[in-house]
Design a protein around this ligand. Structure first.
Ligand code: SF4
Length: 403
């Protein structure tokens, strides 16, 4: 499993800046597609030159996210995927995803994306309620979203995810229920539902400070989350991660990489990468030298310059746009293994944890696990430790207690 890699490409351009958004994105009239895609491919070549061993890994997933990747001219998306595949020759990646904003999705675009080898769409619908779409500053209507979904099906996509937000200003419980029911009725293979959080630096943050944002109370937001879980599970969706639901066999493979601490290479402005230390794995076996004291490095993480124009200039001048880098030590990797592993509803596979870190989870935090079990927040069986339903609603408290 560790001889594989996923590639994330960040496209930072959007039509408008949504008032709640703190992603690395900027509003543009027209995205400098050609130059930006050239830069992403040049960045990839630079990484390969520096770490030729990356080519020993099989490319499993490509995820093109943003921003609004569906703003990029489809021929450039095709060129991007072709360029990546040329570098990582071998079998086609299992999963190639692109995020789609329904306000930018024409039939022609979706057809070219399909032709480019994309086999999964993640459509940022957010809500089917016109009032809420307006509040969230989205550039599309509910009708646009349904049309986009239908186009996607007609174009032959059989793996479609829908993103929804709950807990928006003035959203009622009934509106939340309608959103979940409408999404489930469309029958996408995957549904993500995120509780709106108000991030520093956004327009919503300013409004909240001046008490102009009528958000549902914390209790209402928890209730909304519980209702969303209930409706989606009732409609046959498997709740496999705190915010994610899927039909059988349609979990997001790319996001699973993040939750399982697997390697990924990020290209583009502000993109993050994580590559495990090469001597930790020999012929796919987790020979955990780090835990045996033979090396202290677990892996390397780095992140790119966030400003898209500065990013393009840096790549032009130097092949790299790395703004920061850190070496992950075993202790940090171990804490992330707990935190990310518990996000998945199947929890942490205890033998996987022991093999990976050369210590059992029980030995590591037996008394904390016992206390959390006694409080009804964790459940343990012979193979795993996972959040209970109550633990799911209080997941941040559980993580803080364990780490
Ligand atoms: S479309 Fe997405 S990335 Fe762009 S501003 Fe809105 S929320 Fe942010």
């Amino acid at each position: 499993m560790n001889n594989t890699i996923g590639i994330y490409v960040h496209i930072p351009f959007c039509r408008n800046k949504c008032p709640y958004c703190d992603f690395n994105s900027i509003a543009v009239n027209s995205a400098p597609d050609d130059i930006y895609i050239d830069a992403a491919l040049k960045e990839l070549s630079g990484h390969i030159k520096e770490r030729p061993s990356l080519l020993n890994k099989a490319l499993d997933t490509i995820y093109i996210g943003g921003g609004t990747p569906s703003l990029v001219e489809p021929h450039n998306i095709k060129r991007l995927i072709g360029g990546i595949r040329q570098v990582f020759s071998g079998a086609a990646p299992d999963e190639i995803t692109i995020e789609i904003n329904p306000g930018t999705a024409t039939w022609d675009r979706l057809a070219v994306f399909k032709d480019a080898g994309i086999n999964r769409l993640s459509i940022g619908i957010q809500s089917f309620n016109e009032k809420m779409l307006k509040t969230l500053g989205r550039i599309h209507s509910a009708e646009d979203s349904v049309r986009c979904y239908e186009y996607a099906r007609k174009a032959g996509f059989n793996n479609i995810g829908i993103d929804l937000i709950f807990g928006a200003p003035e959203q009622s419980i009934k509106e939340l229920e309608d959103d979940m029911e409408t999404a489930a009725c469309l029958r996408p293979e995957h549904i993500s539902t995120y509780n709106l959080t108000i991030e520093n630096g956004t327009s919503f943050f300013t409004l909240q400070k001046s008490c102009e944002l009528a958000l549902p109370s914390e209790e209402e937001q928890t209730l909304m989350y519980e209702i969303a879980i209930h409706i989606l599970k009732d409609r046959g969706y498997n709740h496999y991660e705190i915010s994610n639901f899927s039909l059988a066999g349609f979990e997001s493979q790319h996001n699973n990489r993040y939750w399982l601490g697997m390697d990924y290479l990020g290209l583009g402005a502000g993109a993050h990468s994580y590559i495990s230390s090469p001597d930790r794995y020999i012929r796919g076996q987790a020979l955990d030298r780090a835990s045996k004291g033979q090396t202290t490095d677990w892996g390397t993480r780095w992140w790119n310059e966030k400003n898209p124009y500065a990013y393009m200039q840096l790549i032009k001048d130097t092949d790299h746009a790395i703004a920061g880098k850190e070496t992950l030590k075993r202790q940090e990797a171990l804490e992330e293994g707990i935190f990310l592993g518990l996000r998945r509803l199947t929890g942490i596979d205890t033998s996987w944890f022991s093999t990976r870190f050369n210590i059992s989870l029980k030995d590591l935090c037996a008394s904390k696990i016992s206390a959390l079990k006694a409080a009804g927040l964790l459940y343990e069986d012979a193979n795993s430790i996972r959040l209970t339903h109550k633990g799911l609603l209080l997941s941040n408290e559980v993580f803080a207690e364990l780490i």
